[in-house]
Write a protein of this length. Sequence first.
Length: 329
Amino acid sequence: MIDLKPYNTFGVSANAPNLLLADSKEALIEAIKNHPDALILGKGSNILFTKDLEKPVIVISNKGVTTENQENGQKRVTAAAGESWDDFVRHTLSEGLSGLENLSLIPGSVGAAPIQNIGAYGVEQNQFFESCLALDRTTMNWVRFSKEKCLFEYRNSYFKNEGKNRFIIWEVSYLLSSEPTQLNIEYAPIKSYFERHPETQPTPKKIAELVIEIRKSKLPDPNILGNAGSFFKNPVIEEELALNLKKKFTDLPVYPATNGVKISAGWLIEKVGFKGSFTGDAGVHHKQALVLINKGGATGSQIVNLSTQIQTTVYNRFKIRLEPEVTIL
Ligand code: EPU
């Protein structure tokens, strides 16, 4: 038996019968042959264990980043799924490449990034994603997924739906630019920084620095306080409902979205009074109500109970259903 506490950023305990590290294709294939139904884990930054597992865990641990020149000044950067996402972003910045700077400091592994199409501060990874290589565990064949095949959406992809539990992402390629032509400074605090400092040119490194500062100022560091980032997705609601809400609550943050209007789940949770509240060691972060935290001794079930309470309260008040972003097992 192995306790998965060090393998999930919520820092909750859950036992698994066995844990294997896959640091090469051969090791992964061997591990899957022996344990076809194993749970695949990256850095455990978007998962909440609520009970012991009956199956073994395989941690994707391959390493390495390669860069290839492309036409039109672009570079294809391919990273092993087991690399830390933030180390990878830093690496691309140190090579003078732009694209991923807004995605600095996101916890988790490279292999997990396409699964929930990570995003922050106006950028989603699919904007720079080229393809990924994955092992199909039903056929044991290696399959290359183009961007189109991944069906990326807001915090969603093929790998969270039809491809769930079937494909194991092994490496991911991004197309990045050597010219900082695609900078995104639309997120209000970033935009206002450059307005207040007209002498400072927006560069990928400067944007990364600001993003890191913003994240550190409002998101808890999982190495210090257990959490998995945003616990819920920002809900997309009908335009009419959003307009009615906006009339009543002029401070409600709304964003354009396909099939409706995206509104802020953190705002809804704050409005119903959960921000900064605790039940035992399970609580809601005092600076960002979308982030549930484990002060140390919470169990996965206690965190899920709190999340259910939040969902019910938000639904009763606003008739809006919050959907977890985190995978609950
Ligand atoms: N807000 C509140 N109260 C709160 C939190 C937010 O009123 O407690 C309101 C504020 O008005 C704020 C607005 O909501 O201006 C938006 O908040 P924020 O910019 O912090 O972003 P978010 O919508 O809460 C999303 C992502 C984050 C990402 C940020 C920044 C989701 C589920 N979350 O959060 O991603 O870092 O935008 O782009 O889309 C994650 O996925 O784990 C994550 C942290």
